[in-house]
Design a protein around this ligand. Structure first.
Ligand code: SF4
Length: 250
C-alpha cells in the first residue's frame, strides 16, 4: 500500500491494486512467488496501512476537486495468500472502509480456496467484495500430488456454488502444461469447471526462473512445444548435466 498511484479508472471507479503482505509458506512446485517474496509470510503493520490510506484520501480530495478522480474507489488485493491471516485481512479491509466508505473490493489469486469458508464468503460479500478469483489449477490427483498442490474438489464446488448463489461472479483459473499434463487431463479439468457457475480463466504454465528458459530456448518459436518436464526442473539448477567449471581469476 505504499505506492498510491491509481491503477486505472473503470466503471466510474478509481481502481487501486494494493498489497500489504509478502511470502507464502506453501510449496506449490509451479509457483515462482518464493523466488521473489520468500516463504515467510509477513505483513505491513495496521499503522502503516492506515498511514497509506490517509495519504491516499488526502490526494483524492485534491484530485476530486480538480475533477481528476471518481467518487468511488475499488481496491484489488494482489497479495499471494491473504487467507493465511484472515483476521488481519479483515482488519485491513475495515481500515479501507473507514477511510473510503462505500469502497468495493476484489482479490487476484490471494484467496486460497482450500482456506476459504462459507462464513468468509458471507463476510466478504457483506463488506463489499464484488468478485472472487479462485485458482483450481487442475482436478488431476497425480499432478496435484506431484506438484505439492493441495486439492479439495468438493470444497471447491461448494465454495463456488455458495458465492454464485449470492450473485457474485467467480473466475476459476486452471493451468495448462503442468508436469504430467495430457489433453485428456485438461479435458477433465475443463469438464469439471464447465459444470460449475464460473467463468473459466486459462493460465498457460510459465516455467520459472524465466532466464533459464530463455537461455536454453526450450520453447519452439511457433509456441507448439511445452516445457520439457522430463529434462528440466523449476526447482533450481539442472543437476543431471555436468556443471561448467567457472573461470578462475588470479
Ligand atoms: S498457495 Fe499460491 S502463492 Fe502459495 S505457493 Fe501455492 S501458488 Fe504459490
Amino acid at each position: 500500500m505504499h505506492d498510491r498511484r491509481r491503477t486505472f479508472q473503470w466503471d466510474a471507479n478509481d481502481y487501486y491494486s494494493v498489497t500489504y503482505a509478502r511470502g507464502c509458506p506453501k510449496h506449490c512446485a509451479f509457483c515462482s512467488n518464493h523466488l521473489v517474496q520468500g516463504r515467510r509470510f509477513r505483513t505491513a503493520s495496521l499503522g502503516a496501512i492506515e498511514n497509506a490510506l490517509a495519504l491516499l484520501r488526502n490526494e483524492l480530495v485534491t484530485d476530486r476537486e480538480s475533477g481528476l478522480a471518481s467518487a468511488a474507489v475499488h481496491f484489488n488485493f494482489e497479495d499471494d495468500n491473504l487467507l493465511i491471516d484472515y483476521p488481519l485481512f479483515r482488519d485491513a479491509i475495515e481500515l479501507c472502509r473507514r477511510y473510503f466508505p462505500g469502497a468495493s473490493f476484489s482479490a487476484e489469486n490471494g484467496l486460497d480456496y482450500t482456506l476459504l469458508t462459507a462464513g468468509m464468503i458471507d463476510d466478504l460479500v457483506s463488506i463489499g467484495f464484488t468478485q472472487f478469483n479462485l485458482s483450481l489449477v487442475t482436478v488431476d490427483h497425480e499432478i496435484s500430488r506431484d506438484l505439492d498442490r493441495p486439492r479439495a474438489l468438493e470444497h471447491f464446488q461448494k465454495m463456488v456454488r455458495f458465492a454464485a448463489a449470492k450473485k457474485i461472479p467467480v473466475i476459476a483459473y486452471f493451468i495448462a502444461g503442468l508436469k504430467g499434463d495430457t489433453r485428456e487431463r485438461l479435458v477433465e479439468t475443463l469438464g469439471f469447471l464447465a459444470a460449475l457457475p464460473v467463468r473459466i480463466g486459462f493460465h498457460p504454465f510459465t516455467p520459472c526462473p524465466a532466464p533459464l528458459v530463455l537461455k536454453t530456448g526450450v520453447f519452439s518459436p511457433n509456441g507448439r512445444r511445452g516445457f520439457p518436464w522430463g529434462r528440466r526442473s523449476t526447482h533450481g539448477p539442472d543437476r543431471s548435466r555436468p556443471r561448467r567449471s567457472r573461470p578462475r581469476f588470479v
